[in-house]
Design a protein around this ligand. Structure first.
Ligand SMILES: *C/C=C(C)/C=C/C=C(C)/C=C/C1=C(C)CCCC1(C)C
Length: 263
């Protein structure tokens, strides 16, 4: 295996530098410290570190895979990088105030969720000719889902109609990956390893992603208000992100490596 020292240094410095660069100012200004009994704060910290490590890993592993798989790994690394920086900020807000508005998460979701959707397009594009319509349908579904949820949580639209619109966006994505054109290209043209990755990815988008609308439902539609479930909700969202961002990236990494090493 050839080790490309130049790109090794470049990508590592980039990953670590950007994470530290964004996190340290916020860290220095927060006056309160993390308590050892603060499980939510600790989970923010733990997962932000896992996200940093995942970022370095995906960027470094680009060197190991064939050219057509590199973009997929770049995108996985960007997802974990954006989330890591975001987690630093949410941790600080949590430690300082004992709460962190769910609306903050939408800033992260608005960038990372479309990138996760692009991954479906990219892994198919690495092995087949994929029409642009697949990309756009996944993108539109994502935006409808997130904007629907956001206007509900931020209070611009009543919580129920906003929830229903968001759910329709999600169902549209599920339709595309289980029965639409993306699923047909996968079934007809993808090699076994890509089909198996595609299959696991769509299960994550079904079950892993279901955690977020359940959180919305528990927070807004049970009549209790999100404040009463703030602790539990944050732990659940944090664990969900490990599955939906890190594990999702690892699946893509694994198929990229096995396809690249195929003779
Ligand atoms: C890394 C972050 C991820 C994968 C976030 C995903 C978020 C969702 C799948 C949110 C879904 C929602 C609905 C399906 C209905 C409306 C409310 C939302 C936005 C929470």
């Amino acid at each position: 295996m050839r080790i490309d020292l130049k790109s090794f240094t470049k990508s590592t410095l980039f990953a670590i530098g950007s994470v530290l660069g964004f996190s340290s100012p916020a860290f220095a200004t927060s006056g309160v410290v993390l308590q050892s009994s603060d499980f939510v704060g600790i989970s923010f910290w733990l997962i932000s570190m896992a996200l940093v490590a995942a970022t370095a890993f995906f960027f470094l592993e680009r060197d190991r895979v064939a050219g057509k798989w590199k973009t997929s790994l770049t995108v996985s690394g960007l997802v974990t990088l954006i989330a890591a920086v975001h987690y630093f900020y949410m941790r600080d807000v949590w430690v300082a105030t004992g709460s962190t508005p769910t609306v903050y998460r939408y800033i992260d979701w608005l960038i990372t969720v479309p990138l996760l959707m692009v991954e479906f397009y990219l892994i198919l594009a690495a092995i087949a000719k994929v029409p642009g319509g697949v990309f756009w349908r996944l993108m539109i579904g994502t935006l409808v889902m997130l904007i629907g949820g956001y206007v509900g949580e931020a209070g611009y639209v009543a919580v129920w109609p906003a929830f229903i619109v968001g759910m329709l966006g999600w169902f549209y994505i599920l339709y595309e990956v289980f029965a639409g054109e993306a699923s047909k290209i996968n079934a007809a043209q993808a090699p076994a390893s890509v089909q198996s990755a595609f299959n696991t990815m769509r299960l994550i988008v079904t079950f892993g992603w279901a955690i977020y609308p359940i959180g919305y439902f528990a927070g807004y539609l049970t009549g209790q208000g999100p404040d009463s479930s703030m602790q539990a909700l944050n732990i659940v969202y944090n664990l969900a992100d490990v599955l939906n961002k890190i594990a999702f990236g690892v699946i893509i990494w694994s198929v990229a490596v096995s396809e690249s090493e195929k003779k």
